[in-house]
Design a protein around this ligand. Structure first.
Ligand SMILES: [Zn+2]
Length: 328
């Protein structure tokens, strides 16, 4: 089978053995895989992992062969990406994604930029109609966005500021909006802001305008009770700390490989809570996509084949492209 392999010399297409089906596993015939920010950081060398490695953890495809009668050949599916040990404290307490011994698809074990991939059947979720393969690659990041909403405990019609207009920012904004929050989206990328409008987000704040005035006016001068930081930058975190209401919450949704200087005095004096989210409820994400509550296909800017892997990654770094998928 063909695989797109990340090596010290960049991405290469290679013939690799089809993975054998082990008991309790499902072999997925991959149809589409999203390029995530983590994939891009491995590709650019910003994140160091053991190479060679097949990247990709936002995966959709069909069951090719299965040792679990629940998943018949040909059924459309997606997969969770955390492979846990099953016996540690977190695994025994239904928090398998926090397993200290976990492996992650496309990070510590081979991921989805390949024709076939074997994963434990407990990680597989069916994709019901009308969820197609492109939409299916959004289940994993959408699940995380839903969990961010759940943990932020925002009240209906309460103002929420989302900083960042990439895939995460737009998914989080749509989730908070779908659950009734009054979402304000802050960004400076004109292409991404255009997509934000297309997916129905109304309160767009442009970074280089007087956006603070607008959000303060909407919140009686006290600032939003919840701010979601989805840029993964120190600047984004500083904006969040400056604007969040005292006694408010900041959700950290943008991953960064850098350590930030944290203004702990502000956090203590203004009683601000911070939290992060690594995994969410796949079933809820699938349900929201099935019911059309979240618009994801307009977020896909470009699509490439597996053989065009390098072009796909180059395209994914361009500011005009919000999301790039590889179809197999
Ligand atoms: Zn474990």
């Amino acid at each position: 089978m063909k695989s797109l392999i990340m090596t010290r010399d960049g991405l290469q297409i290679a013939d690799t053995p089809t993975p054998p089906l082990m008991p309790g596993y499902v072999r997925i015939e991959v149809r589409s895989v999203g390029i995530s920010r983590t994939d891009l950081k491995i590709w650019s060398g910003e994140v160091d992992v053991d190479l060679p490695l097949v990247l990709g953890h936002e995966i959709a495809g069909v069951v090719h062969e299965s040792s679990d009668p629940e998943f018949k050949a040909g059924v459309p599916v997606t997969t969770e990406s955390h492979l846990s040990c099953g016996s540690c404290f977190h695994c025994r307490n239904k928090k398998k994604h926090l397993c200290r011994a976990k492996k992650k698809l496309g990070f510590t074990v081979d991921g989805g930029m390949t024709e076939y991939l074997c994963v434990p059947s407990e990680l597989i979720h069916k994709l019901p109609d009308p969820i197609d393969f492109l939409t299916g690659t959004f289940v994993e990041p959408l699940a995380v966005a839903i969990e961010t909403y759940t943990r932020a405990t925002v009240n209906p019609e309460e103002q929420v500021l989302v900083i960042g207009t990439g895939k995460t920012g737009l998914l989080v904004s749509q989730v908070f909006d779908a659950f009734g929050a009054d979402v304000y989206l802050l960004g400076d990328n004109q292409w991404h802001l255009g997509v934000a409008r297309q997916v129905g987000l109304g309160n767009i704040l442009k970074r280089f305008e007087d956006w603070q005035k607008k959000i303060l006016s909407a919140t009686n001068g006290v600032g939003p009770s919840v701010v979601v930081e989805a840029t993964g930058t120190h600047e984004g975190l500083q904006i969040a700390l400056d604007i969040v209401r005292s006694d408010g919450t900041i959700a950290l949704s943008g991953r960064s490989e850098n350590n930030f200087n944290l203004d702990t005095r502000t956090i203590i004096d203004r009683e601000i809570s911070l939290f992060g989210t690594a995994r969410g409820d796949f079933d809820m994400a699938i349900m929201m996509l099935q019911k059309g509550r979240i618009e994801v296909k307009r977020m896909i800017s470009k699509q490439f084949s597996l053989e065009q892997g390098t072009q796909a990654f180059e395209a994914a770094t361009k500011p005009e492209n919000l999301k790039v998928n590889i179809n197999i």
